[in-house]
Structure formats: structure tokens, C-alpha cells
Design a protein around this ligand. Structure first.
Ligand code: VGL
Ligand code: ZN
Length: 240
């Protein structure tokens, strides 16, 4: 069998200069270990077709997430979990419409249709999600005057959800993030995961975005800058 060295020698320097290494050798699959956790973000009815804040193609993440979850010993689910009349709802700001913004004490807040109200069917996890071995459900955004896209920190930038402490207590070093929406709760979770010292992967095809006012491109740029690794579900080794 040819070893990498011999293949490289045979190709010669000109061929090498024009071929990216990835064109010659497929990257080794990623095998999640005991120190890895999958974070499944907000796969809730409100964000799925027919929901009040439906994310385009949101339902397509469900089979992908079900599949990759089998490769993880540790899975955490999150639920956006707002009070009625939550500050992130356009309906409580007179004269404002969904997707407009307001300035709140902690910064700029995008306003949304009412969604994921505690205890409602819209806030329930998708019934098609099939991850019986998931160990924790983190709820977030339950303080009426503060939003929380991130599963780690509320939008005030300082109130913890407890997730970092839980993961450290479970000796988790790497988190893989999937779910809805790429440009809000997934991205903010990934960025805060980096700030908390975790290695962070976002599984692109296991996510879908809202994409309002350039938010999706900005989210990927911010994540790249923060050292978040952008991968596909096929990069993860899942045994049959
Ligand atoms: C989300 C907007 C408002 C999300 C939650 O899950 O990405 N987006 N609340
Ligand atoms: Zn929300």
C-alpha cells in the first residue's frame, strides 16, 4: 500500500502546489468521546413549520440531530422558555413590529412574535425529536425583562444559566451545537461556549437560521473569529 509520503513524492511539487491536501486525503471522522457533549438548541414547535416564529426548513434538522445524537454519550437539550408578555415580544412594545429592534438596559434587542411561552404547546420540544438518552434540559429566557439566546448566559451578559458549571462538573471539554436558530440561539451558545473555555463545533446541516438583517452571515463570521469549528453531520462518526 502506498503511504502518504510516497503519494506526495509521486505527485511532484507542481501538482502539490495546485492541490489542497483535503483533495488528496479525506479528513478523519470526528469521534465524540466521554468529554464531548451534544447541545441541541431549541427544537421547539414555535420554531418549526406552523409555529409562531417558524424557521425556514427548521424541521429538516430533526432527523439529522436524531442521527448524530447516537454518537454522543452526553446530550443536553435546551428550551426557550419565556414568560407571557416577555420583553423580547414585539407585542409588549407599542408601535413596534416583529424583527424591529429596541434599546434595552442590556443593549439592542430584536423583537419577535410571541413565542415559546412557558407551558404552552409551542414551547414543547418537537415530538419527532428522538433522543431518549439526553440527560439535561436547560430552560432559558425565563426572566421577563431579559432575553437569553445563549444556553450559557442571559443577554445581560452576566446571569448564568448554570450550563457551564454542569458541563465542567461532568468533565466535558468539547461541545457540539445543533438546532435552531443558527444565527441566534445556536451562534450565541457557541460564542459563549468559547468564552467559557470549551472547544466548540457547530454542525451546520443540523441547524437552520432565521436570517434577518444580515444576521446569518454575521453569526458565521463572529463564530469563525472566536475559533468555533464549522462542521457537517457527515464529519461525525456514527456507528450503524
Ligand atoms: C431564538 C429568537 C428568539 C432561537 C429564540 O432559538 O434562536 N430566536 N428566541
Ligand atoms: Zn426567544
Amino acid at each position: 500500500m502506498l503511504v502518504r509520503r510516497q503519494v506526495l513524492a509521486m505527485l511532484g511539487t507542481t501538482a502539490l502546489a495546485t492541490l489542497a491536501p483535503s483533495a488528496l486525503f479525506a479528513a478523519a471522522p470526528i469521534k465524540p468521546d466521554e468529554a464531548s457533549a451534544l447541545l441541541v438548541i431549541d427544537v421547539q414547535n414555535c420554531f418549526l413549520p406552523g409555529g409562531s416564529l417558524a424557521v425556514k426548513e427548521g424541521e429538516q434538522v430533526v432527523p439529522v440531530i436524531n442521527k448524530i445524537s447516537k454518537a454522543f454519550a452526553n446530550v443536553v437539550l435546551t428550551q426557550d422558555w419565556h414568560t407571557p408578555g416577555h420583553v423580547s415580544f414585539a407585542s409588549v412594545h407599542s408601535g413596534k413590529k416583529p424583527f424591529e429592534t429596541v434599546d434595552l438596559p442590556y443593549g439592542k434587542q430584536v423583537l419577535w412574535p410571541d413565542h415559546c411561552v412557558q407551558g404552552t404547546e409551542g414551547a414543547a420540544l418537537s415530538k419527532d425529536l428522538s433522543i431518549p438518552h439526553a440527560e439535561l434540559i436547560i430552560r432559558k429566557g425565563f426572566h421577563k425583562n431579559v432575553d437569553s439566546y445563549s444556553a450559557f448566559l442571559e443577554a445581560d451578559g452576566k446571569t448564568s444559566t448554570g450550563l457551564a458549571g454542569y458541563l465542567r462538573g461532568r468533565k466535558i471539554k468539547r461541545v457540539f451545537v445543533a438546532g435552531l436558530a443558527t444565527d441566534f440561539c445556536v451562534a450565541w451558545t457557541a460564542l459563549d461556549g468559547r468564552k467559557a473555555g470549551f472547544e466548540v463545533y457547530v454542525v451546520e446541516d443540523a441547524c437552520r437560521g432565521i436570517d434577518t438583517q444580515g444576521s446569518l452571515a454575521k453569526a458565521w463570521a463572529d463564530m469563525a473569529k472566536a475559533g468555533v469549528k464549522r462542521i457537517q453531520s457527515a464529519d461525525i462518526a456514527v456507528s450503524a
